[in-house]
Ligand binder design. Structure first.
Ligand SMILES: [Mn+2]
Length: 328
């Protein structure tokens, strides 16, 4: 951690009326990090609150003090974004604030550093790991609440320490958090294991819709509103489906396309190879993310989205691999 960033963080902890913003469809990293920061500010007697454009997924609510919705209640004196790669990810209901961000704490390498103060560490697994670095670097003692939320954040973004963003440092940080006496297995069970029966039924339904291209190296799954209705499922029930896609043998690039109630299509992209950059594909459609995990919103029909996404992946494919490339 750069000394300059530690000073910026110390300065942040002195602010009052702090609104902490997470990205659209907040994930475990965003929520764990946001609530850890909230806790630090409250400990210091500051007024602070977390806001989210979208509802909080059931399995992540334990990182958000059980809340289902995080709405803005009053005017902020200071605005902090946490795990928010771009301004657009504030979501329409919070977009007004996106031009006035004071502190931006993140780990996405595509982050254009849109705030007055930017603490962005692209080599870190998660915003949770960045926040740990700041807390530890400032000599702030960890308590159980902080440890649970930071652990949840880091575990979520590393897929329970399985993804390639997991480094030796990530494990060292996790070890420090475990030493605080947290129940890591319970946190991981909530994050990764527990699913509703509807969710399992939806997965079963979705498997029939999986399409493979390019000798099975490109795997796409388009989920329509009709499919959700047929299973009695909601958006929430298909949240983890992209990780299911990447498990299919042969998949190098996996994507899920979810038709939203408003007709737009939300796309999640994953790469299972060190060379293919899915964030470049997401960027074509105004999205962003990481080399191996990215997303975008496509404003067209599900059918067109599938066609256009496949073309974009194929173009990126030709740019990435030589014709005789051999996959491990
Ligand atoms: Mn993250």
């Amino acid at each position: 951690m750069k000394e300059q960033d530690l000073n910026v963080f110390r300065q942040l902890l002195k602010c009052d009326d702090v609104m902490i913003v997470v990205h659209r469809n907040p994930d475990g990293d965003a929520l764990g990090s946001a609530f850890a920061l909230l806790h630090l500010l409250k400990q210091r007697g500051k007024r602070a609150w977390v806001v989210s454009h979208d509802r909080i997924d059931r399995n992540l609510r334990f990182l958000a003090e059980g809340e289902e919705e995080l709405l803005s209640s009053s005017l902020p004196g200071t605005i902090v974004s946490v795990d928010v790669a771009t301004r657009e990810l504030f979501g329409s209901s919070l977009s007004y604030y996106a031009d006035f961000v004071d502190y931006n704490i993140d780990h996405h390498y595509t982050n254009p550093e849109y705030a007055k103060y930017n603490i962005v560490y692209p080599d870190y697994s998660s915003t949770g790991e960045v926040l740990f670095g700041l807390i530890d670097g400032c000599g702030i003692a960890l308590d159980r609440y902080l440890a649970e939320h930071l652990y949840g954040a880091i575990s979520f973004d590393t897929g329970c320490f399985r993804y390639s963003n997991t480094t030796a440092q990530t494990h060292r940080v996790a070890a420090r958090l475990l030493e605080c006496g947290i129940n890591a297995s319970e946190i991981n069970r909530k994050l990764f294991d527990i699913v509703s029966l509807t969710q399992l039924k939806m997965e079963n339904e979705a498997l029939h819709a999986v399409k493979q291209y390019h000798n099975g190296h490109i795997t796409l799954l388009a989920i329509s509103q009709q499919m959700l209705r047929d299973c009695g499922a909601t958006e929430e029930d298909v949240a983890g489906m992209v990780s299911m896609i990447r498990r299919i043998e042969g998949t190098i690039v996996g994507a899920t396309l979810k038709e939203m109630p408003d007709g737009n299509v939300r796309v999640s992209l994953r790469a299972c190879d060190d060379l293919f950059d899915v964030s470049a594909v997401a960027a074509i459609f105004g999205g962003g993310g990481h080399v191996k995990a990215a997303g975008c919103l496509m404003k067209c029909s599900l059918k067109d989205a599938e066609k256009n996404l496949l073309s974009a992946i194929e173009a990126q494919w030709r740019e990435t691999y030589a014709p005789d490339h051999v996959f491990e």
